[in-house]
Design a protein around this ligand. Sequence first.
Ligand SMILES: NC(=O)c1ccc[n+]([C@@H]2O[C@H](COP(=O)([O-])OP(=O)(O)OC[C@H]3O[C@@H](n4cnc5c(N)ncnc54)[C@H](O)[C@@H]3O)[C@@H](O)[C@H]2O)c1
Length: 253
Amino acid sequence: MGKLDGRVVIVTGAARGQGEQEARLFAAEGARVVLGDVLDDAGEALAKELGEDRAAYVHLDVTRETDWTAAVARAKERFGRIDGLVNNAGILRFNELVSTPLEEFQAIIQVNQIGCFLGIRTVAPEIEAAGGGTIVNTSSYTGVTGMAGVGAYAATKHAVLGLTRVAAVELAGKNIRVNAVCPGAIDTPMSNPEGVDPAATAELYRSLVPLGRIGKPEEVAALALFLTSEDSAYITGQPFVIDGGWLAGVKLF
Ligand SMILES: NC(=O)c1ccc[n+]([C@@H]2O[C@H](COP(=O)([O-])OP(=O)(O)OC[C@H]3O[C@@H](n4cnc5c(N)ncnc54)[C@H](O)[C@@H]3O)[C@@H](O)[C@H]2O)c1
């Protein structure tokens, strides 16, 4: 018995990183998964690997209403219903606030914040029609505290928590639970931009993070599974920090 037997879940940004691991784990736990991304080759390949009966890939740019409508139609056509959503797609850009071009700030809002809003708005009625289910939004460590150099990103991740709380209150009566994951530093392409020395990164996290290492995308997937499954049946509207203790305090030694 899988923890998600019979469930149909859309995962955005599912072609790589945390979304990929969420899709893999959810499929292994019995769900049928609709993988949405803009990286079509990687997304198609993953869906193929997971198997036609388990997974379908759809081109889903989360900033586009028409893509959301098409993704819902494809999910229902393939698997009959939708009762779960993981809003995982996101982008990160580094800039100090005083140097951030307006276009960059707006582009980050479009994907991280409006993408999440459109996902909730489009998919929640489908989950309601299926009798209820879950939404997991992807915030961040920077959704609950500040960090230099990621002002636009942090603003959107704070906003995701606002969306999560309001959606949880509005959708509770429809039997839809809405929670958020707030990862610290997780080992994905996002946190390993080209040109950054992996040894220096490992040393940084060894000194910054109480547990002494960067997190694994599989660990975030396990939290998303908990929040999507019945194990979290009495939890809604909450942010869940998964950061190796980073937020707990300053590591002096
Ligand atoms: N890696 C970290 O340290 C970290 C920490 C905290 C939060 N997060 C959040 O976790 C989520 C997953 O990030 P990741 O680390 O796996 O990064 P990643 O860059 O490896 O994966 C992000 C995925 O989102 C997709 N994506 C980007 N724009 C999109 C769009 N407009 N529509 C659809 N898909 C789009 C990308 O193609 C990619 O597959 C993001 O929301 C990110 O902000 C990551």
